[in-house]
Design a binder for this molecule. Structure first.
Ligand SMILES: Cc1cc2nc3c(=O)[nH]c(=O)nc-3n(C[C@H](O)[C@H](O)[C@H](O)COP(=O)(O)OP(=O)(O)OC[C@H]3O[C@@H](n4cnc5c(N)ncnc54)[C@H](O)[C@@H]3O)c2cc1C
Length: 108
């Protein structure tokens, strides 16, 4: 799903050093922190590699809490689905995906 060769290679290295294989066993109360920390750390490693300043963990909430995640996901549904299909991933129908996400993250 990552078109840039360099970024894709770095992502694979990061994924291998920071596996998410146990994510389904993580208690739902810890899941948000796990995902947030995993992505924040990845972005900071890329920042460092590009000689950019790192981002403070404590600033994440102020920066991202106002973002309507479900709306953004719906806006990005078409390109995400195209990328997944291109990579041979079986697609859930959007409604099934939304229902699974609602169940997992308890939003309505
Ligand atoms: C998996 C992956 C691997 C990548 N690898 C590379 C690579 O190897 N080389 C490369 O040049 N680019 C890489 N990129 C792209 C890179 O992350 C930047 O998006 C890109 O360089 C454009 O930089 P930017 O300054 O426009 O935006 P970004 O640096 O993406 O900044 C966008 C916003 O994110 C905020 N932000 C910065 N750090 C964090 C953080 N730690 N947590 C949360 N928010 C933060 C910034 O304040 C800013 O508002 C990768 C992207 C992905 C998704």
């Amino acid at each position: 799903m990552i078109p840039c060769d360099v970024c894709r290679t770095h992502y694979k290295e990061y994924l291998s050093a920071n596996p998410v294989s146990g994510i389904l066993d993580i208690d739902y109360r810890s899941l948000k922190t796990f995902v947030k920390t995993w992505l924040w750390n990845l972005h900071n490693i890329v920042n460092t590699g590009n000689d950019k300043a790192t981002f403070a963990y404590d600033d994440l909430t102020a920066k991202y809490s106002g973002i309507p995640v479900l709306t953004r996901l719906k806006q990005l549904a078409a390109p995400i689905q195209r990328a997944m299909t291109h990579n041979g991933v079986r697609l859930l129908h959007w409604k099934a995906f939304e229902n699974a996400a609602k169940k997992q993250f308890s939003y309505s």
